[in-house]
Design a protein around this ligand. Structure first.
Ligand SMILES: [Zn+2]
Length: 275
């Protein structure tokens, strides 16, 4: 990695305490030149190779904020995604980078024998020098779904949501479970209804720290909602005709859906558009 980092065309995606360093100003960039990596004391021993662009290495590393931070902004990745200040390609690289760097931070020791492990394969594996076990970064699957019945769908509201926001139901896939059964179980637990057919729609990596959101539609077979009170402040049916105003945040009752960076928005939009 140190050798790749010496290449003049190497570019660095830099983090400080889980936050992203981007160039200040309107035309923000997340990919920095070597000099910037040096200025923030980028930790190259713990760096991750994200890939190559036209032969030039793209490297993710943690660093510290320079004393004179004028040229750089420190931004939370979620904020960066919602504000669309950098390109979609850079956001993808930052998501990959954050997920991997955070895995290294949290997995410094072998889960098999407890010895300190070391990064290998450009940061895509950790090897244990004591027992020889290879450890790989994990991705945790989360199902996120829209139960539907004709022209209506179920949305729920978590306690922590901004006022008026309703979103898709979601939950972790359990060991040994199919995606379809995870969707059915989560809907039963959170909304108290049964669903039959489950159809995959799209997915979204969610690097906080390492989830993969798997978006599905589910056909309702029972219809009387019973809210899971620990998790949800409200759960209700919405008519398809309510959704465009909720997406535009102009609904007369103040109902809204999450912003377009979230896969929930795209599931809801697909249904609103007639999926
Ligand atoms: Zn070990």
């Amino acid at each position: 990695m140190e050798k790749l980092a010496e290449q003049a065309d190497a570019r660095f995606f830099l983090f400080s305490d889980d936050k992203v360093l981007i160039t200040a100003g309107a035309d923000a960039r997340a990919a920095h030149e070597r000099g910037v990596a040096r200025d923030v004391d980028a930790d190259l021993a713990g760096a991750v190779l994200l890939g190559f662009e036209d032969g030039a290495p793209r490297i993710a590393a943690s660093g510290r904020l320079p004393e004179e931070a004028g040229a750089l902004d420190v931004v939370d990745l979620r904020t960066l995604a919602s504000e669309a200040r950098v390109s979609a390609a850079d956001l993808g690289a930052l998501a990959q980078a954050r997920s991997l760097l955070s895995w290294h931070q949290r997995h410094g020791f072998c889960a098999n024998c407890g010895a300190r492990s070391a990064p290998a394969l450009g940061g895509y594996r950790r090897d244990c020098p004591s027992c020889g076990t290879h450890h790989f970064p994990r991705t945790d699957p989360v199902v996120i779904m829209l139960p539907i019945d004709g022209d209506r769908c179920v949305l729920g509201r978590q306690y922590r949501f901004q006022e008026g926001v309703y979103s898709c139901l979601a939950g972790f896939v359990e060991p040994g479970e199919t995606l379809e059964n995870a969707v059915r179980r989560e809907i039963r637990e959170e909304a108290g209804i049964e669903v039959g057919a489950v159809a995959y729609h799209a997915s979204q990596p969610w690097p906080f720290p390492s989830n993969l959101m798997i978006g599905c539609f589910a056909e309702a077979r029972s219809f009387d909602l019973v809210r899971e009170v620990e998790e949800l402040e409200d759960v209700r049916w919405f008519h398809r005709s309510d959704l465009p105003a909720m997406m535009a945040r102009t609904h007369p009752d103040g109902f809204m859906v999450p912003p377009s960076m979230a896969i929930a928005y795209h599931l809801i939009k697909a249904f609103a558009d007639g999926a």
